[in-house]
Write a protein that binds this ligand. Structure first.
Ligand code: B3K
Ligand code: ZN
Length: 886
């Protein structure tokens, strides 16, 4: 193996072994200089009583560290006492317990991977999850080794007035030569992936929160100089999250201080380091003129997510990285619940379901399909996936549905009581719920071990003579890599039955083969446990229309043969608002897919009147709240449609989607215009104002889709007169995705206003990268040369390259393969500087098998070329090799 190259071997969950040693205490001194950093660490090591094997050596993890000195029990260790390997420091014949002191030198200034200690602009910061701590010092870099940390940071006082660490402050002072120091003590044992430090010159917003037991907590948000006017929303969000976790889960904060630092260079959204969360600026900074309503929601949700990790992730952590969903699925579920409580629950739910149905279903049916608790990986960073996170959250949601809110809370209480301070497994989590509720959840655990999306076929029969209605549910799950046969899942299947007037019928039902007692209500959660199961409803006086899988009660694909008229009826009447949206999506997707077929056959594409009538009724329905009406009117995008077909004919899908959008817009032009005029112009930050903006801007987008000159004028006027970024950006998006004559003018005006606002410029890049125009690739190539673009900055890479490859199907899948070539070349470059991000970018090729033969060949060619590249990182290697093999 070449120096600096890290192994591409596969790690298996089955091979878990407890660590041979534990580290009870860590004392660190971090000296920061302009050219390098020096890390002095003192580790109190002892044999792990749970480890039963013989111990001849101790292997500590360490990558790209320059060892300056090493001592055991304060005695310099002779060369014979240790061995330095490429990614390890091996101590020979270690004693039962001892202290190990090392001094290493590292180069944060040269760290472009943004893992370990690195510089973002003029600030030092860290990112240790999953395995970044080994790039700071020699350590047992695994989550089941938990230690109490004392950390001293030293740096130049002028350049780095703020020196921040985990836990509580434990002193600070001056040093010679203009330097200073600060010490931090974190009393709560933690795995090293939660370690963090920051040094820099920031603006600071301060506040405080008193916990339910009366403990005061200092709240601090550190941001770039000049950004203080973009922090208020983040601070409000922290306080809401703290209060919500007390009210809903009885969990309070456990340190004297809670700090958030926003940095511009960050590989993902944010990181829950104990007491010192480090955030991407995107999820902290927001004010009316820089952030849209969606950005505001994103800030609130991510702040809450990281805060909730304090209990689900930090106090109770993962035994090993295969258990990642233990903390991530659960914490996503918690942040989703929180957001539902803060705003419109239906809108939040359907937004979350869209992610599952597009990104997660796509992952589940491709080469990277894995259970929410993976069995193996090459590079752990590749498993921070929508499966582990979002499907993981759906699994927790099903548990919540099955146990009820009270039962779930009992289970959570048991989980914290039993496992506080431990590193545990997903099985431990489910067991706590089973024990607290005296339920057998063995079958439920299959959701953790089986990959793939179950399909449920539903058929029904109405027996008028006996007033009996029978639903037959059949489940099966397609094979995924390494898993041919699947066992039936335990699926909570929520339904209602509508009568002719559209009301829910009272239900009195029994499962034919389970010994459940009859259950009554107007909505039922059917416990589907077998491959095929019948549910019988008595005293049903008329043939009902079933409303199925309400609220998306399980992450499955549903098949039931609705007619267009039945879907329109559900859209107009279902008491489940979620299912109204679902009916709209099904109806419009169906006509889009039919139009795609017509396009393929060279026939004229058609839009049936029933669709425009149903959408006109939505526009007219003032009973529904505006945000929901906006969602009902948003037509499915290509990402959504792609998951509904076996083979993707991208040209036909694009043509059909554009045709249907334009026809809807032309047909409903007047009512859309009236609605737009009625609700536009709201300026408040409250939910009602945001709902009005959502509806107005959905109307505006459709008006522009009609290609009417007046619509272009409306958008242009809104771009200039807008009082919020939501309105301004919606107008820009509408124009940038159109053939409006003033399109370029709009883009130029926007950059003129915002060239100094990095996050707003990201939007400007994305809106062009995702434009469904033949010129998209050329535009992206031009934008790379723009002074605001920077290939070293992950936000910019996401805004331009990721947006183009992942969210511009027409552009990326150009028939000539130029889109593929362009992205593959960027992957190769990023592979050198930031492998983690390169792996995300290359996943655009994962679904190559789903496209037509020509495109398959073009994509495969790029993948194979990447595989032969020298110095391929494990990150990119894993994704590409799995894609090619599939
Ligand atoms: N736990 C981090 C993600 C770390 C990703 C490492 N590649 C953020 C979060 O989920 O809260
Ligand atoms: Zn998380």
């Amino acid at each position: 193996m070449a120096k600096g190259e890290v192994s591409k071997t596969t790690k298996y969950r089955e091979q878990y072994q407890p660590s041979s040693y534990l580290i009870d205490r860590v004392d660190m001194l971090v000296e920061l200089f302009e050219s390098h950093a020096e890390i002095h660490s003192c580790l109190a090591l002892r044999r792990n009583p749970l480890f039963t094997g013989a111990v001849e050596e101790l292997r500590l993890d360490g990558e790209e560290l320059e060892l300056k000195s090493i001592a055991v029990n304060d005695q310099a260790l002779p060369l014979s006492g240790y061995e330095l390997q490429d990614a390890h420091l091996v101590i020979r014949q270690p004693a039962e317990s001892f202290t190990l002191k090392t001094v290493v030198q590292i180069k944060p200034q040269d760290n472009t991977r943004l893992e370990g200690l690195y510089k973002s602009g003029s600030k030092f910061c860290t990112q240790c999850e999953a395995e970044g701590f080994r790039r700071i010092t020699y350590f047992l870099d695994r989550p089941d080794v938990m230690s109490v940390y004392d950390v001293t940071i030293r740096a130049d006082k002028n350049a780095y007035p703020a020196l921040l660490g985990n836990g509580n402050p434990a002193g600070s002072g001056e040093l010679p030569e203009g330097r200073h120091w600060a010490r931090w003590h974190d009393p709560i044992p933690k795995p090293c992936y939660l370690f963090a430090l920051v040094a820099g010159d920031f603006d600071l917003l301060e506040d405080s929160f008193t916990t339910m037991s009366g403990h005061p907590v200092a709240l601090k948000i550190y941001v770039d100089k000049g950004k203080l006017d973009q922090c208020a929303h983040a601070m409000r969000s922290v306080k809401k999250a703290m209060q919500w976790d007390e009210e809903v889960y009885g969990r309070e904060y456990d340190l004297d201080i809670y700090q958030i630092v926003a940095v511009s260079d960050f590989n993902m959204g944010a990181m829950e380091n104990k007491g010192l969360n480090i955030f991407n600026t995107k999820y902290v900074l927001a004010n009316e003129m820089t952030a849209t309503d969606a950005d505001y929601d994103g800030v609130e949700a991510v702040i809450a997510h990281e805060y909730f990790h304090n209990w689900t992730g930090n106090r109770v952590t993962c035994r090993d990285w295969f258990q990642l969903s233990l903390k991530e699925g659960l914490t996503v579920f918690r942040d989703q619940q929180f957001s539902m409580d803060m705003g419109s629950p239906t809108v939040k739910r359907l937004d979350d379901v869209r992610v599952i149905r597009t990104a997660q279903f796509s992952e589940d049916s491709g080469p990277m399909a894995h259970p929410i608790r993976p069995d193996s990986y090459v590079e752990m960073n590749n498993f921070y996936t929508v499966t582990v996170y979002n499907k993981g959250a759906e699994v927790i949601r099903m548990l919540h549905t099955l146990l009820g809110a009270d039962g779930f809370r009992k289970g959570m209480d048991r989980y914290f009581e039993r496992h506080d301070g431990q590193a545990v497994t997903c099985d431990d989590f489910v067991q706590a719920h089973a024990d607290a509720n005296q339920r057998d959840l063995e079958q439920f655990k299959r959701w953790y071990s089986q990959a793939g999306t179950p399909v449920i076929n539903v058929s029904d029969h109405y027996d008028a003579a006996n007033q009996r209605y029978t639903l037959t549910l059949k489940q099966h799950c397609p094979a995924t890599p390494g898993q041919k046969e699947k066992q039936p899942f335990f699926i909570p299947f929520k339904i209602g039955l509508l009568d002719k007037a559209g009301n829910d019928l009272p239900l009195n039902w029994q499962s034919k083969d389970a010994d459940d007692q009859a259950i009554y209500g107007r909505e039922a959660v059917l416990p589907l446990q077998r491959a095929e199961q019948q549910f019988v409803f008595e005293h049903i006086g008329e043939k009902p229309l079933p409303s199925l899988l309400r609220d998306f009660s399980a992450p499955v694909k549903l098949r039931y043969d609705y007619s267009d008229e039945q879907l329109a009826f559900l859209l107009a009447n279902d008491s489940s608002l979620f299912n109204r949206w679902d009916a709209a999506q099904q109806l419009v997707s169906r006509v889009m897919l039919n139009a795609a077929e017509q396009f393929r056959a060279g026939e004229e594409m058609r839009l049936p009147a029933i669709v425009t009538e149903a959408l006109a009724a939505v526009l007219d329905n003032h009973q529904l709240d505006n945000a929901l009406r906006a969602r009902l009117l948003q037509l499915p995008d290509i990402g959504y449609l792609q998951e509904l077909v076996e083979k993707i004919d991208i040209d036909a899908l694009v043509a059909a989607q554009q045709f249907i959008k334009r026809r809807v817009a032309e047909t409903l032009y007047q009512p859309l215009r009236d609605c737009f005029q009625r609700v536009r112009g709201a300026t408040g930050l409250d939910g009602d104002s945001a709902g009005r903006r959502a509806l107005a801007n959905t109307c505006l987008g459709l008006l522009v889709d009609s290609t009417d000159a007046e619509a272009y004028q409306l958008a242009h006027a809104q771009l200039h007169e807008a009082k919020t970024m939501t309105d301004r950006f919606a107008a820009l998006r509408a124009l940038a995705h159109s053939a409006a004559p003033n399109r370029q003018q709009a883009l130029d005006d926007f950059t003129h206003w915002y060239v100094d606002e990095a996050l707003v410029m990201d939007k400007w890049f994305t809106v062009q990268a995702t434009a469904p125009l033949a010129s998209a690739l050329q535009e992206v190539q031009k934008l790379e040369q723009h002074s605001a673009f920077d290939a070293k900055n992950p936000n910019k890479v996401r805004a331009l390259w990721m947006a183009f490859s992942h969210a511009n199907p027409a552009g990326f899948h150009r028939a000539d393969g130029a889109g593929y070539q362009f992205i593959a070349e960027r992957v190769a470059r990023l592979n050198q500087s930031n492998p983690q991000l390169a792996a995300r970018l290359v996943s655009a090729f994962n679904r190559w098998k789903r496209y037509d033969d020509d495109r398959q060949q073009l994509m495969l060619k790029e993948l194979k070329a990447l595989l032969t590249q020298s110095g391929l990182s494990p990150d990119v290697f894993e994704i590409v090799s799995k894609s090619v093999e599939a």
